[in-house]
Design a protein around this ligand. Structure first.
Ligand code: ADP
Ligand code: MG
Length: 242
């Protein structure tokens, strides 16, 4: 579903991604972790072509993200993104947040988009909040709306960038529950997350990044159970986080 071949990216002189290669199969759940500033967010944004790359190749579902002739907006419409800060539209209702892109980008009728929106709000446990504005919801609820909004586009893959790290601790679980459900249903997911419980429970693979490089890319079992075989940086990171 996703393939990265030797992806490098610079911000000016600074090499933020250094020869990153990996691939994610359909239905696979990959957790990306690593120290702050290691390039995790940049990697996610580059996959979705929110940031240009300077070297290498990225394919999503066979389409070349790095190729200027690829229709990126069509591709992006099918890639769900959930950020640390929910980034809902504050001035429209929860339901309108869910229907807007369905209508404008996918050309669905209001009725069709609303039916889908209702089903997804139910699914994330917010069925009776459709008419509220985002500001009337808690952080955890807003993040669940953000996930529902992404799902409304029928994404072929979901990219998460620290979706729970801006939440109060008591709200982390409700968002992770939704993500666990998605993973169990077979959604292809790349999740930047330091929720190691989530990683252990549902991820197939863990990628560990440091200084723009993919330092570890191994099965979740291997990452957590054979820590002595990991690089010193990964071991050090794990010792601080576990
Ligand atoms: P992470 O998500 O792992 O914390 P980021 O991908 O956000 O790391 O950032 C990686 C590095 O790139 C950091 O050193 C950060 O300061 C730098 N960086 C991120 N965005 C920009 C930008 N727009 N311009 C210049 N440097 C940036
Ligand atoms: Mg980040």
């Amino acid at each position: 579903m996703i393939e990265l071949n030797n992806v490098s990216k610079w911000y000016g002189e600074f090499k933020v991604l250094d020869q990153c290669s990996t691939s994610v199969a359909t239905g696979e759940v990959v957790v990306v972790c690593g120290p702050s500033g290691s390039g995790k967010s940049t990697l996610i944004k580059t996959i979705n072509a929110l940031e240009p790359l300077q070297q290498g190749e990225i394919y999503i579902d066979g389409k070349a993200v790095h190729d200027p002739s690829t229709n990126l907006s069509a591709l992006r419409a099918r890639v769900g993104m959930v950020f640390q800060h929910f980034e809902l539209f504050p001035h429209i209702s929860v339901m309108q947040n869910l229907t807007l892109a369905q209508e404008r980008v996918l050309g669905r009728s209001t009725e069709e988009a609303t039916v889908r929106g209702v089903a997804l709000l139910d699914r994330v446990g917010l069925g009776n909040h459709a008419d509220k504005f985002p500001g009337q919801l808690s952080g955890g609820q807003q993040q669940r709306v953000a996930i529902a909004r992404a799902l409304a586009m029928d994404p072929i893959v979901m990219l998460f960038d620290e979706p729970t790290s801006a939440l109060d601790p008591e709200m982390v679980g409700e968002v992770l529950d939704v993500m666990v459900g998605l993973a169990r249903e077979g959604m292809t997911m790349i999740c930047v997350s330091h929720e190691m419980g989530f990683a252990k429970e549902v991820s197939d693979r863990v990628i560990f990044m440091d200084q723009g490089r993919i330092v570890e890319d191994c099965s979740t079992d291997h990452f957590f159970r054979q820590t002595q075989t990991l690089s010193a940086r990964a071991q050090d990171f794990l010792s601080k986080i576990l």
